[in-house]
Write a protein that binds this ligand. Structure first.
Ligand code: HEM
Length: 411
């Protein structure tokens, strides 16, 4: 492995490798933490309320188990409050009835038309009724003093919760941090992929304005969706320690931001399909390119020949297109709950959406790396639209020949 750029030892190339080593260290620590999180047992969901038997035996148990005692107190206070509310009826505006023996308070303002509200609640609309039906609730008997206690959670919901909060969330963190570690290690050990002959100073046009605008619109939208999606999925771990207000504000912005970035992402994917599909169909050259991994790990200039897009880029294109379309489709069904899918379908949609999203983030970290710091001269293609001829010759030799032949067909 060498740290040369066209035969010249470059100080910036050493700088990149040091930066790679430091970030590899940071990411391996974060990765270890993400693995530890799987086994620390904090993802078990504990019941929020439970009742404790009265009497000395019950109190002794409660003493040993503070959580249960607390739940029992909360439940008793809530029951008392409901009882008080029932007996006193609507209170005059602004008046806050105080409850004996508890901190619970209720504030009530008179309703202009109370009957309309109650009848709306009592007689659900067709949509609401379908919603309750779809939930497939199990009803049972309960001695607890409030009616909802007799309604049990949809049993399949437990599997869904384990799938989302354990499987996808933990494996997602490992995939993203693992990829970040891998790329940092590649930068540290291999350095940037250089232009072996150095820059020639002569450029060739690679992407037009529409192609570049589409690319940046799609990538900004993707990054917006990724950051807001991460905030939604991992907010409790990342932001709650910063305070509930921070969590609340970020949660609010993330929920709306996630919806806001979706249309431009979808439009970008559609435009990419129209502009680039014909150049991304598989060919025999791809197998050769993949076998040599594009010559990325050798400095002897043995880059396999490629047309405009090599096999690696084709994989990126198809990931963006197929992954993007599935993300949009599942996302839309979740944006309009119960409109396209019932609860079972929505559970699957959410699992697929979240699982695919973290996978896409990991894949596109790789693309962003190779398109920016990972390979010398690559970013010019999407920034100015022009690349150095030596870069083009090393990475896309057949495409460069095609361009030259088009320019001077007589030759
Ligand atoms: C923000 C960080 C990003 C950077 C720095 C970046 C950079 C680049 C560069 C330099 C190219 C041209 C490579 C060439 O000359 O062939 C490219 C192409 C491309 N980019 Fe990005 N990109 C980014 C984000 C994204 C995202 C988020 C997506 C899609 C969700 C995306 C999808 C594509 C596709 C489909 C191509 C064409 C195929 C390929 O070259 O791989 N890019 N990108």
């Amino acid at each position: 492995m060498s740290i040369t750029d066209g035969g010249v030892r470059g100080r910036d190339f050493v700088g990149y490798r040091i930066a790679g080593a430091i970030s590899a260290l940071v990411f391996i620590l974060l990765l270890a933490w993400a693995v530890f999180e799987i086994f620390d047992g904090d993802s078990f969901v504990r019941p929020e309320v439970s009742m404790q038997a009265a009497g000395t035996e019950g109190e002794a148990i409660a003493e040993r188990n503070q959580g249960t005692l607390l739940a029992s107190e909360v439940l008793t206070a809530r029951t008392k409050m409901l009882d008080e509310r029932f007996r006193t009826g609507p209170s005059p505006e602004g008046e806050t009835p105080e409850l004996a023996g508890g901190d619970a308070r209720i504030v009530s303002t008179p309703l202009e038309d109370g009957t309309a509200l109650t009848s709306a609640w009592a007689v659900p609309s067709a949509d609401d009724a379908a919603m309750l039906q779809a939930a497939g609730r199990v009803e049972g008997l309960s001695s607890l003093p409030y009616a909802n206690a007799a309604l049990y959670e949809r049993p399949a919901g437990r599997d869904w919760r384990i799938g989302i909060s354990d499987f996808v969330t933990h494996l997602g963190a490992i995939a993203i941090l693992g990829m970040a570690f891998l790329l940092s290690a590649i930068l540290a050990l291999r350095g940037r992929v250089p232009i072996r002959q150095g820059k020639s100073g002569r450029t060739v046009k690679r992407f037009g304005l529409l192609e570049r605008t589409t690319h940046w619109m799609t990538s900004v939208s993707f990054l917006g969706l990724a950051f807001t999606g991460i905030a939604i999925a991992y907010g409790e771990t990342l932001f709650v320690p910063l305070g509930e207000r921070v969590m609340g504000t970020l949660g609010w912005w993330s929920t709306w931001g996630h919806v806001l970035f979706a249309p431009t992402f979808f439009l970008g994917i559609l435009l990419m399909i129209v502009m680039w599909t014909h150049r991304n169909l598989p060919s025999k050259l791809d197998l050769n390119w993949l076998a040599k991994f594009g010559g990325m790990f050798s400095d002897d200039g043995d880059h396999p020949p490629a047309k405009k897009f090599n096999a690696g880029q084709k994989l990126i294109f198809w990931s963006a297109v197929l992954g993007g379309l599935v993300l949009v489709a599942t996302g839309v069904t979740l944006m309009f709950p119960y409109y396209f899918l019932g609860i079972e379908g929505m559970s699957w949609a959410m699992l697929i959406h979240a699982g695919l999203a973290v996978l896409m983030i990991a894949i596109f970290l790789g693309h962003i790396y190779i398109g920016s710091i990972g390979m010398h001269g690559a970013i010019d293609a999407m920034w100015s639209g022009k690349v150095d001829r030596n870069w083009a010759e090393e990475h896309h030799s057949i495409w460069l020949d095609e361009i030259d032949t088009q320019r001077s067909p007589a030759e």
